[in-house]
Design a protein around this ligand. Structure first.
Ligand code: ADP
Ligand code: MG
Length: 300
């Protein structure tokens, strides 16, 4: 392709909200045989909402949510936002600021697990079973069963522990993007395989993958797994693309032959990517590959 053809294609992309960072990025896209998708915020809306809570101790819902929401205040994670929004809604209508929340000390965010901190003199852990295990918090059979029930409904169960004991299970729903299934099926027809890699648990991941029509899933993956999987696929000689939105996707976005950041994303993901899909629409994965194929495939 001539430099002019590349410029024209890049311009066309930009007009549609597909920002291609240079000729190499555009050229690599047509070679892609395999696409690794992040789940949360990429295949799903990324705007999860709390749809239910199960309390295992005698604590008021509001008190529980004040503590867990405080621990989540400094987290950028969509699940954190969902929990904070729900805590706000419990405060009553018109609650806009977060001033009522007690302060968090010693805040830590653990990628792929959750957050910890000290709120009102109590140690708070909010996240998955791995976070609980790492912090020596026991997950009872009852909690484990409730968690499983949440997961088969394609929901994410977030555990909230206060002072080393699990107090509540927050059920969070993150609907799949309306175009997701059609895009995966269309990619298949283009000869491109899809894989979903997520830090979320196996139950939820399988339920979501089934809904979208993705056969290959890796769940409960530490953030490093996405990049490792990409290198593994590349070792077979295939060009691999990664589509993701989060900070934890950046190593994978860099490792991929083509990294695509989707949505407003985080600044870090946008920086790590070769292509930015501004409209947060999965159809633009196809748009980018199409643009590349049309620019770099000789007229037959
Ligand atoms: P994904 O790959 O689906 O974007 P992440 O790796 O960001 O998922 O997170 C994986 C899991 O870690 C989540 O499903 C959740 O159980 C837990 N988690 C991560 N961050 C948080 C948080 N801030 N609050 C609660 N749970 C969290
Ligand atoms: Mg994500």
């Amino acid at each position: 392709a001539t430099p002019t053809a590349v410029m024209v294609a890049t311009g066309k992309g930009a007009a549609q909200g597909v920002l291609i960072k240079g000729g190499n990025a555009l050229e690599s896209a047509q070679k892609v045989k395999y696409i690794v998708f992040d789940k949360t915020g990429t295949l799903t809306s990324g705007e999860p909402v709390v749809v239910g809570t199960k309390l295992f101790q005698n604590v008021a819902l509001k008190v529980f949510f004040d503590l867990v929401a405080s621990a989540e205040v400094n987290s950028e994670h969509p699940l954190a936002k969902a929990i904070i929004e729900y805590a706000k809604s419990l405060q009553g209508t018109g609650c806009k600021d977060l001033l009522w929340l007690p302060e968090v000390k010693d805040f830590k965010s653990i990628a792929g697990q959750g957050v910890t901190g000290e709120v009102s003199g109590k140690r708070i852990c909010v996240g998955n079973t791995r976070l609980m295990a790492e912090n020596g918090i026991m997950v009872s059979l009852d909690v484990a069963e409730q968690l499983k029930e949440t997961e088969v409904m394609a929901r994410t169960g977030v555990l909230g522990a206060i002072g080393g004991e699990i107090v509540g299970l927050i059920s969070i729903a993150d609907p799949v993007k309306p175009e997701a299934a059609a895009v995966i099926s269309y990619l298949k027809s283009m000869g491109i395989h899809s894989l979903m890699v997520t830090g979320d648990n196996w139950g939820t991941a399988r339920a979501i993958a089934r809904e979208i029509g993705i056969d290959n899933v890796i769940a409960e993956a530490q953030p490093s797994v996405k990049a490792e999987k990409i290198k593994e696929l590349q070792a077979t000689g295939m060009a691999v693309a990664m589509v993701g939105d989060g900070i934890n996707d950046s190593p994978a976005l860099v490792a991929a032959d083509v990294g695509m950041a989707i949505g407003a994303g985080t600044d870090i993901a946008v920086e790590a990517a070769d292509i930015v899909l501004m409209k947060n629409n999965l159809e633009d994965v196809v748009t980018a590959i199409d643009l590349s194929r049309k620019t770099f495939t000789r007229i037959r």
